[in-house]
Design a protein around this ligand. Structure first.
Ligand code: SF4
Ligand code: SF4
Length: 184
């Protein structure tokens, strides 16, 4: 058959020698490689029973932060939403009313705050843009689900537990950010 291009290469098809025709040496060589890997350290994890440790700079699920008195840090300034390259963040601002000083740290707060985890690329730019230390990326995954709407995380899903009312959950949510005094 005539070649369509001139890139064909001649393959050297020299006849097999006696050992190659036996196939046994090749089989034993393959078995020895399998056996060698059998005793090597395993690179796979038996998830979820076995959890792998993450890098200290791992960026996971977002947390909306509170101050030491449990007041929400977020002032709904919108800088995180502007910085987000995936347009995953949306919010609505509201004005703090008299008597709500124990709930919100400043005069303005986020009445609604949502992150679409299907859009998020976990780049961490929202955390960097925030002037109020109100959002950070934790060491947790967004759990899997069957419905897309479950990946729209509301403010209640994202808010860190109250440090005074739920101290244990608060310490757990802090993760690597916990100071030595928080861990005790
Ligand atoms: S981590 Fe990045 S992509 Fe995700 S919400 Fe923050 S800025 Fe947007
Ligand atoms: S999380 Fe930070 S940057 Fe985003 S709206 Fe709240 S205060 Fe502003």
């Amino acid at each position: 058959m005539q070649a369509l291009t001139h890139r064909a290469k001649q393959v050297n098809r020299s006849p097999m020698n006696f050992w190659e025709r036996l196939y046994l040496p090749a089989i034993f060589q393959g078995m020895s490689i399998t056996l060698r890997h059998f005793f090597k350290r395993k690179v796979t994890y038996n998830f979820p029973e076995q959890q792998r440790s993450f890098s200290p700079v791992f960026r996971g699920l977002h947390i909306l932060n509170r101050d030491a008195e449990g007041r929400e840090n977020c002032t709904a300034c919108g800088l995180c939403a502007v910085a987000c390259p995936a347009e995953a963040i949306s919010m609505e601002a509201a004005e703090r009313q008299p008597g709500e000083e124990h709930l919100y740290r400043e005069e303005k707060y986020a009445a609604r705050y949502e992150i679409n985890m299907l859009r998020c690329i976990f780049c961490g730019l929202c955390e960097e843009a925030c002037p109020k230390d109100a959002i950070y990326l934790s060491e947790t995954f967004a759990p899997s689900d069957y419905e897309r709407k479950q990946f729209i995380y509301s403010k209640q899903d994202l808010l860190i537990p109250h440090p005074i009312n739920e101290p244990e959950e608060y310490k757990k949510a802090l993760g690597n950010r916990a100071k030595p005094e928080d861990k005790s």
